[in-house]
Design a binder for this molecule. Structure first.
Ligand SMILES: Cc1ncc(COP(=O)(O)O)c(C=O)c1O
Length: 343
């Protein structure tokens, strides 16, 4: 995370492709003039936002809990669902989840993703048999952008029920699919979803996310949130409500940018069949194989080619780089050419 902050915010490369988010839309381009109201604190999230999220994701209002970003939704879910048992976390994976789980004091167990990035249900059964009380996965999968089929999610739910366990599915990228897919939480009682406005909607600076889960889990998460912070920041809730009211505009912008950038990325992969890549069905990130350790490749790429990406070692796989395609098309095009030259 420190590395990402330094390279995305402090000294980005000229062609920086390390971000996994859509570039933020300037407020001047938004389809409404945002207003701020510092009144109207609500104890557990603005009820209008809760209602909108419930309708959009096909769950009851009792199953929605707004949070300061997906990160905090993940923390709340882990905090209430680990229950003193080990927590299995996918590998390769988004490192901050792993370190957050460890920071809660839970023992972390690896759940290796297969080479095509699918989940081995036999392995899941084994980690549950070995005592894990919670499995954490991402969908779309960070770093590779692949997705889990509905029947796989249902099988995960069945395994969790069988072993009195839970599955947390981080869905911060899920809305980036070309088609709508119900959140995991709508597909099984032991599945819990987290998501937010940071990636597909390009609003990471707003720090707004949510947890979707069975009402009993939401109630426990509310109890834990009470000991972490009193209320959400009111300006964040105000702005998030207005964004949610116009979410289709933000979504259309995502599709417009990706409509330009995905063909650039796909054409590059077509020209470089020697680069291993499981092509994701949608989303903002591609995980591409390289022939040298990602750490040295990263240094060389930045120093000699003015280009940045997220090296695979941050996700637990040295043989890959993660390329983000949510920025300006010309930067993507130029960055990809330089990556090819450096390979
Ligand atoms: C899988 C995953 N979850 C959560 C986050 C952070 O989300 P937020 O900014 O909403 O806290 C990221 C950011 O890279 C991520 O990749």
């Amino acid at each position: 995370m420190h590395y990402a902050k330094m390279h995305q915010m402090v000294h980005p490369a000229r062609y920086e492709l390390s971000s996994s988010a859509l570039a933020a839309a300037p407020v001047s381009e938004w389809p409404f003039v945002p207003t701020l109201d510092l009144q109207g604190h609500e104890p557990y999230g603005d009820v209008r936002a809760v209602e909108m999220l419930a309708v959009r994701y096909g769950v009851s209002v009792e199953s929605v809990f707004p949070t300061p970003g997906t990160t905090v939704a993940n923390l709340l879910a882990v905090g209430v669902l680990a229950r003193g048992r080990p927590v299995a976390v996918e590998l390769p994976g988004y490192e901050p989840i792993r370190s957050m789980v460890a920071a809660t004091g839970a023992r972390v167990r690896d759940l290796p993703r297969r080479h095509d990035w699918s989940i081995d249900l036999g392995e899941v059964e084994q980690v549950f048999r070995d005592g894990a009380g919670l499995l954490v996965v991402s969908d779309l999968y960070n770093p590779a952008g692949t997705t889990l089929a509905i029947d796989v999610l249902q099988r995960l739910d069945a395994l969790a029920r069988q072993h009195d366990a839970w599955v947390l599915v981080d869905e911060v990228y899920l809305d980036g699919l070309p088609h709508r897919r119900p959140p995991a939480a709508a597909l099984g009682e032991r599945l819990v979803s987290t998501a937010g406005l940071s990636k597909v909607y390009g609003l990471g600076g707003l720090r707004y996310g949510w947890l979707l889960a069975a009402p009993s889990v939401i109630e426990m998460a509310g109890g834990l949130a009470d000991s972490l912070y009193a209320i959400m920041a009111t300006p964040v809730e105000n702005l998030a409500l207005q964004v949610l009211e116009h979410l289709d505009w933000f979504k259309a912008r995502y599709h417009r940018i990706l409509g330009a950038n995905r063909p650039i990325m796909e054409a590059w992969l077509d020209r470089h069949p020697e680069r291993f890549c499981i092509r994701p069905p949608g989303g903002l990130i591609y995980f591409v194989g390289i022939d040298e350790p990602s750490e040295t490749f990263d240094r060389r790429l930045r120093q000699e080619h003015e280009t940045g990406m997220a090296p695979g070692h941050f996700f637990g796989d040295e043989g890959f780089i993660r390329i983000g395609i949510g920025g300006p098309s010309e930067i993507l095009q130029a960055g990809l050419e330089r990556i090819a030259a450096a390979c």
